[in-house]
Design a protein around this ligand. Structure first.
Ligand SMILES: [Zn+2]
Length: 403
């Protein structure tokens, strides 16, 4: 199999040479099979995993290693730690098989892999260290490997499932833990505070699943993740708890940006507002782009508000405090009529498919023919234009293109 895949890239002679060189490089320690695996890895060809024998959690012996297949009942928010000896990151998971439940602790670089693990996944663990037998605690170490089981190796049938279930935002009940899928409508800046002499963090975001809007308070590590979210981005919250009508994401929950299997179909099916009905609150709209009027990156003076296309060091008012502003203005329409529209910053560059450094005006001219006539789905609201007094659409996020 691997040989066939490699022969797609190399001639038979070249492959024989490459295998021989690899074996020489490892002074004869590599079998032909192992050399092929190394070559496949170097050529970006996926290598099938060698079979692993799994044992039940009940067979774990403190101080030894274990390979097992478990259900992920919960992944807790990753933590940073710093003490006299060392600093780093750790992430705790609650896992179980048919015989036992255990805490699994992932360390440092393994913590990144946890972002690919979701509740109720079947996780294969190879060579994890049994730190404590009762209550059972497993730790990842250098030689450990773990991966989410695919359909062929999934022996999940006899593994218990987490009692926490996915819910729509409207179905959340006060105090109950649930998983939710939503898009980010808005976010506030990060707040830092002191709590028992430790720094605490809070970030508030507004979420929508198409039918319902809810505020979410994201604490500590989750606050930092919330700050990295883009307006319009899909997010899964595992372990969301509704408190006083607001979602809380604390240490027992976590935010997963762009989850692999996000269930946004219903959101996409949410009925968009017509331009005529659009008001000051955020709503999905579907509009046809009739004209691309202008796109600019501007530098705006923070004290007097003067704008310029060129980056200046000092404003006419004497201030040296500028911020950069990106916008694209359009004429759009739907069945209810036409409207002027403007998108700023991330939404504007997303619409144009622009990178940070691009000449936006030039790009918008080049893309004009491509964009005009296309229908785009946006999160938007309407406001009265200061210049014309007309109702104008402000697009906050590009949700997708209609075909
Ligand atoms: Zn100025």
């Amino acid at each position: 199999m691997l040989k066939d895949a490699l022969l797609q890239r190399l001639s038979a002679d070249n492959l024989d040479d490459a295998v021989r060189r690899k074996q020489e490089q490892f002074v004869g320690l590599l079998t032909e099979d192992a050399a092929l695996r190394v070559l496949a890895y170097e050529n970006g060809i996926p290598t099938p995993r060698l079979p692993v024998e799994f044992f039940p959690l009940s067979s774990a012996q403190a101080g030894s290693s274990l390979s097992c297949q478990v259900r992920v009942l919960a992944v807790f928010s990753p933590k940073r730690f710093q003490n006299a000896e060392r600093s780093g990151r750790l992430c705790k998971l609650r896992v179980a098989d048919a015989t036992f439940a255990a805490d699994l602790v992932l360390w440092n670089s393994d913590v990144d892999a946890a972002s690919g693990i979701q509740r109720n996944d079947v996780l294969c663990l190879k060579d994890v260290f049994v730190k404590i037998q009762n209550p059972l605690e497993l730790h990842s170490r250098l030689s450990s490997e773990f991966w989410v089981a695919d359909a062929t190796e999934s022996a999940g049938a006899n593994l218990p499932l987490s009692p926490v279930v996915p819910r729509r935002l409207a179905e959340l009940r006060e105090g109950e833990e649930a998983d939710v899928f939503a898009r980010v409508l808005d976010k506030q800046s990060l707040k830092e505070f002191r709590r028992q002499n430790k720094a605490g963090y809070l970030s508030k975001i507004t979420l929508s699943d198409g039918a319902t809007r809810l505020a979410a308070a994201c604490w500590d590590e989750n606050a930092h993740v919330a700050q990295s979210l883009q307006i319009g981005e899909a997010v899964k919250i595992e372990g969301a708890v509704l408190k006083n009508g607001e979602i809380n994401v604390s240490w027992s929950g976590r935010l997963l940006p762009n989850p692999a299997n996000h269930d946004l179909v219903e959101m996409q099916a949410a009925v968009p507002k017509t331009l005529a009905a659009l008001d000051a609150s955020d709503a999905p709209v579907e509009v046809r782009i009739d004209k691309v009027l202008d796109a600019q990156r501007q530098h705006k003076c923070r004290s007097c508000g003067a704008k310029s296309a060129e980056k200046k060091d000092v404003c006419a008012c004497g201030s040296q405090d500028f911020f950069s502003l990106v916008y694209v203005s359009l004429e759009v329409s739907d069945a209810s009529g036409p409207m002027r529209a403007v998108l700023f910053d991330a939404a504007a560059t997303e619409l144009l498919g622009a990178k940070n450094t691009t000449d936006l005006n030039l790009l918008s001219q080049l893309k004009r023919d491509y964009l005009v006539g296309k229908t785009v789905r946006l999160t938007a609201y309407a406001k009265e234009s200061a210049r014309t007094g007309q109702k104008e659409l402000v697009g906050k996020a590009v949700l997708g293109w209609m075909v």
